[in-house]
Every structure is written in C-alpha cells, then in structure tokens.
Design a binder for this molecule. Structure first.
Ligand code: NAD
Length: 281
C-alpha cells in the first residue's frame, strides 16, 4: 500500500490531508509556497493533533508530527508514490503545478488534486501520465469527515482509481464515492446552490443569518446552517467553486451573489480570517 505521500499546499485542507496520512502511519512531505507558510502549516497540524490527543483520538501526537516533513521545494517530492495537491483553487496555478510535478515525481506515481471544481482533465493533459492523474476530494475538516470523492478523468486508468480507493478506504479509514469529472462532483453540485440561496435570502433582507441557520439546524436537522458552513469552507473557496459551476453549467442558481463577492473583496473569508457571516475569536 502507498506509503510515501506528498501534499502540496498546507492550508486548511492540505494540513488536514497531511495529518490524516501521518496518523495512518504514512511518511508525509508537505510543500508550501514559502517558509512562513510552511511554519503556519506545521503549527496548524500541531494544534489539530493536540486537540485530537485531548479527545483521546491520537495516542502520541509528537510521533505523528515526526512523520511529516515541511518543505518549500517541489524537488523534495521526487520519491513520493502519491502526491495530493491542495493549493489555491485557481486553474492556471494548478495547471502550472501539475506540469512541474510531472517532471519531478517518479514515473508511475499518482498525481491527485483535491480541487473542488476544476476539471481533472485540465490537470491530466499537461502531464505525460494522464492515466495516473485523478481527483481525490476530501471534506473539511479532513480529520473528522469520512467522505472522499474519487474523480477519474476520461483518461484515468482503472488501476489508478482502484489504488486511490484502497488508499483512502483501507489506508485512511475513509469512505469513497465515485464521481464523474464534472464541476462540483456530487456533493458541491448540490451544496453550493443551497449555500448561495441562503446568501441571497439574507442579502434580500428576507431573514437574518442566525435565523436562516437556526431554521435549517432545527427544522431540517442539519448539523450546522448554510451560512455557518460557508464560513467554515471559506467564502473565497465558496465563491471560486460557484464560479466554476456557473462556468460549466451556465445556470443562474450557481452564480455567486453580489454580497458574497463583496465579502471576499473585503477579506471577510469566514473562520480563517476571523470574520465572515459570523465573527470568530
Ligand atoms: P487555503 O487557502 O487554506 O490553502 C491553500 C494553501 O496553498 C495556502 O497555504 C498557500 O500558501 C498554499 N499554496 C498556494 N500556492 C502554492 C504553491 N504554488 N505551492 C505550494 N503551496 C501553495 O485553501 P484550502 O481551503 O485548503 O483549499 C485548497 C484546495 O482544496 C482548493 O483546491 C479547494 O478548492 C480544495 N477544497 C477546499 C475545501 C474547503 O472546505 N475549504 C474542501 C475540499 C476541497
């Protein structure tokens, strides 16, 4: 089973992916854009591991952290068997990364993207190994949520999908669903229009953020309301996913409402910046 894992991008998702891989005993290298970002990724994982240890989910957080190396050069990923990309949701930047990774990472290794909405095919075709490129889409918070969407492109080999499934299910203890390479896959194609509708409802003055969220929690048994969930996902990511869905399907229900665009321009990105629809400490 795949042992040597690379993760590119140690933000919200990349740090969670690195953490679950290390918790499963894998050897992990996280590559970040620069040294301060790499240090922030390390601190994020350390904090999460400490919290998991307090809840009795991790026995020895230090040894888990010891299995993760933090780097700033892609060259450090040369010997990885699987590299999972979790950088910013920007097609141009991801395409550039995949073409670089293809030249660095050993032939035969799988290159995966955690993208929420960018077609896997666009990343596959810039490599010499499109049959070994697929989407492995985790959910936030990665250490907690069980689901992983596996997204083969038209060119992904069956063995690649099978190997990725074995890795996430037997290796990480997650559950995989198989999705077509279409913007939003299964979960976001349903979830994002729901969140956008909640934002439009609040924007129009129809109801407050608190009342919308209480309504869905108490009336539909959702664990949290759509606006609190948008804050957790990150409003920049929510907007980027909505734009990709809109571009692919041209349906008004996927168009980001003006309030979302303004909040992103203002840097009100949700939990990660301390303020979105709600304020956080
Ligand atoms: P984030 O902004 O928290 O993290 C992105 C990280 O990538 C940052 O730390 C940044 O420094 C780093 N980075 C940017 N360019 C880089 C480069 N060239 N090399 C190395 N590192 C680089 O974003 P996130 O929420 O973790 O999202 C990452 C990816 O995961 C996106 O594709 C997003 O669509 C996807 N995703 C997000 C969620 C979510 O709930 N936030 C869920 C599933 C998938």
């Amino acid at each position: 089973m795949t042992q040597r894992i690379g993760v590119v991008g140690g933000g919200l998702m990349g740090s969670g992916i690195a953490e679950v891989c290390a918790r499963s005993g894998r050897d992990v290298i996280v590559v970040e854009a620069n040294a301060p970002a790499a240090e922030a990724a390390r601190a994020r994982i350390e904090k999460s591991l400490r919290r998991a240890a307090e809840r009795g989910k991790v026995d020895d957080p230090d040894s888990v952290l010891g299995r993760i190396r933090f780097a700033t050069e892609l060259d450090d990923l040369a010997d990885r068997e699987l590299v999972i990309e979790a950088i910013v949701e920007n097609e141009e930047v991801k395409v550039d990364l995949f073409s670089k990774l293809d030249k660095i990472v050993q032939p035969g290794a799988i290159l995966a993207s955690n993208t929420s909405s960018i077609p896997i095919m666009k990343l596959a075709v810039v490599t010499q190994r499109p049959q070994q490129v697929l989407g492995i889409h985790f959910f936030n918070p990665v250490p907690v949520l069980k689901l992983v969407e596996l997204v083969p492109s038209l060119m992904t080999a069956e063995e690649t999908t099978a190997s990725a499934r074995a890795f996430v299910e037997e290796g990480l203890g997650k559950q995989a669903i198989l999705c077509q390479d279409r913007a939003g896959f299964v979960v976001n194609a349903l979830l994002i229009p729901f969140i956008l509708s909640a934002i439009r409802m609040m924007e129009s003055g129809f109801a407050t953020a608190e009342d919308i969220d209480h309504g869905l929690v108490l009336g539909a048994a959702h664990p949290q309301g759509p606006l609190a969930l948008a804050d957790l996902i990150g409003l920049d990511t929510t907007k980027a996913v909505a734009e990709s869905l809109y571009e692919e399907f041209k349906e008004p229900l996927y168009a980001p409402p003006p309030l979302l665009a303004r909040m992103v321009s203002a840097g009100l990105l949700g939990r990660k910046t301390g303020r979105g629809f709600y304020t956080y400490d």
